[in-house]
Every structure is written in structure tokens, then in C-alpha cells.
Design a protein around this ligand. Sequence first.
Ligand SMILES: C[S@@+](CC[C@H](N)C(=O)[O-])C[C@H]1O[C@@H](n2cnc3c(N)ncnc32)[C@H](O)[C@@H]1O
Length: 277
Amino acid sequence: MLERRMSPVLKWAGGKTQLLEQIAARMPAEYNSYYEPFIGGAAVLFGIAPKQAFINDVNEQLVNLYTQLKNSAESVIAKVNELDAVPCTKELYYAVREQYNGKIVSRSFDAECAALMIWINKHCFNGLYRVNGKGLFNVPYNNKVKGKSIDESNIRSISEYLQNSDIVITCLDFEKACESVKAGDFVYFDSPYVPESVTASFTDYTQNGFALADHERLAALFRRLDGIGAKVMLSNNDVPLVRSLYDGFDIQSIDVKRMINRDADKRTGKEVIITNY
Ligand SMILES: C[S@@+](CC[C@H](N)C(=O)[O-])C[C@H]1O[C@@H](n2cnc3c(N)ncnc32)[C@H](O)[C@@H]1O
């Protein structure tokens, strides 16, 4: 059973809280270092809490958040509480968003920037993270959310975990983030998904900045890591493209609940968990 001492601080697209037990049950019993090159909301890392890990994401703001939670959790908590002390209105949301974008422009990766990210994630539409062509955060206000933006004891547990374990945090492309993987290490890949709507005859597409060519690069990396004796697990939608990219490996299909859809048939979907062991 998982301890559930820590849970994600952010609502994040593709968050794995719902699938955590199923993913954990399929992990190898033993491994050396744990690698998670697409860390996102970190539901899996926080669920299994390995003592030694390399975590990575290409999103600089997200990487700053984990770095600040490790080194300056009390400053992050104090700043979020300051923001939460004022009732949120549409005007306040857009003012805070502008302040956050100022941090992005000046590349001020600090505790305040992490706090702004947490507060905005709570008050923006659907917890989305989307930037425009200039790299500025542009998700609109969601006027339904009330209450505190953080669970302080969760933040302190995460900070304690990041400080007391050997966790290396990087902001790289996934291929670079896996350069130090060795035989006996375990890598869990949870990249942006191939859309369910992709047909077998597509020629190219890009979704959330992750293109078909990136999925091909990821599959080639999966095979390379398999070749050196690492243990590798990957999640994605259960679509023909994914099955063909990972042909020859163990592919298990699992049912997942989708966000409410008007069409009852579309409230469940199928995903795969692929392993090389
Ligand atoms: C599906 S999410 C991971 C969700 C995570 N498992 C969770 O529970 O929240 C995918 C992540 O991959 C990151 N990403 C996208 N392209 C990347 C790349 N080329 N290299 C590394 N990370 C990338 C995104 O920023 C996003 O956080």
C-alpha cells in the first residue's frame, strides 16, 4: 500500500493521481535510481517517494516550483497565504497573472514566482497551463474556485522529502534527462499523450508542443534504455500508434474515467501501461 503522505500541489494535465495504485503495482520490486523525465504534477513521485531520484520537466516554472519547495517552502507558504487573504475577484486574478508574467519576462525564478504559480493554478480555468507565442501565461479566470490554495502540511511534507532524499531536479528535454540512466535503474515516462483522435493514417501532428516526431524519439529512447538493461515503464492512450511504437514490449490496457462528457459512452477511456520487464 502507498503511504499517501504527499500529494500534488498543482492541478496538472495528465495528472496520475487516479492511476497511481495501478502504476505502482506494476513497478519493479527493486531498482537503483528512479527517473521521471516528465514530472508534471509529480503524483507518481509523491506516491512512491523513492530515496534516490532524478526528476525533470521542460517547463521552467514547474522546475522552479519544485526547487523552491525544496529550499524555501516557508517563503512560498507565506506568499500564498498573503494572496489567499484577499478574496479573489476577476480583477485580482488578472492583476496577479500580470505580476506572474512579469516574473516570466524578467526570468525571476524565486519563491514568489512559485507562490504566484500555485495561486494562479488554483484560480485559473481548469488548472490549465498554457502560454502564448511570447511565453506569457494566458489562461483565463475561473470564478468558481474558493478557499485556500495550499495544504500547508502537504507542502512541508514535500519540502522535507525533497531535502532529506537524494533528488536531482533538472529542466531539460527528456532525452538529455536520461543520459545518465544505467543498467538496474528504473525510468517512468509519462509524456504528453497521443490524442485519442489520431488515426492510423495520420502523417504529422503536434499537441501540447509534443509532436509525432517526439513520440518517435521517445520510443527510440525506450528501446535504447531497454538495450542497456534499465527497467522502463510508459503510460499513454491506448491507440494504434502507441501500440505500433512499442510493439514487442508488454502492453497492458486499463480503463480510466474521463472528465464528464455529455455522451455517456465517452466517460471511460482506455490507456496503456507499457513495460520492458
Ligand atoms: C502528462 S504530463 C506528466 C503528468 C504527471 N505524470 C502528473 O502526474 O502530473 C507531461 C509533462 O511533460 C512535460 N514535457 C513536455 N515536453 C517535454 C520534453 N520534451 N521534455 C521533458 N518534459 C516535457 C510537460 O511540461 C508536462 O509537465
